[in-house]
Design a protein around this ligand. Structure first.
Ligand SMILES: [Zn+2]
Ligand SMILES: [Zn+2]
Ligand SMILES: [Zn+2]
Length: 117
């Protein structure tokens, strides 16, 4: 094996020499990969659950601020959350026709019937 030329690690203050392509010693290379993983996971998480669903939910609850199940029974109750009529895990979507504003107690009742999220 031809030995690669070694350069000082690019991490500020690290005295080690390295032949790694991107100029970091093994230890700092690992550290950078971990940061990168964490960053990517955070990004994906944010994209899937963060701003997108948050926006849909906020818009829907602004349109339907009252619990729809209570309203059907002639009661006025402020909605606490937006429920998926057909759960995402069963192929439901974030479309408005699949959403329902509910108060906490109506939401619990629905879920107790065996319906999931
Ligand atoms: Zn280093
Ligand atoms: Zn209700
Ligand atoms: Zn629900």
């Amino acid at each position: 094996m031809p030995s690669k030329p070694k350069r000082p690690c690019r991490f500020p203050g690290c005295p080690k020499l390295t032949g790694n392509k991107d100029g970091y010693c093994d230890e700092h290379l690992r550290m950078r990969r971990k940061d990168y993983d964490r960053y990517m996971r955070g990004y994906v998480h944010h994209k899937r659950y963060g701003s997108h669903w948050g926006k849909i939910r906020a818009r829907y609850i602004r349109k339907e601020p009252l619990c729809e199940a209570c309203k059907a029974k002639g009661k006025i109750e402020l909605a606490a959350l937006v429920h998926h009529k057909k759960p995402l895990s069963e192929g439901g979507t974030n479309d408005e026709e699949n959403l329902m504003s509910l108060c906490v107690s109506c939401h619990e009742k629905i879920h107790r019937r065996g319906h999931d999220v």
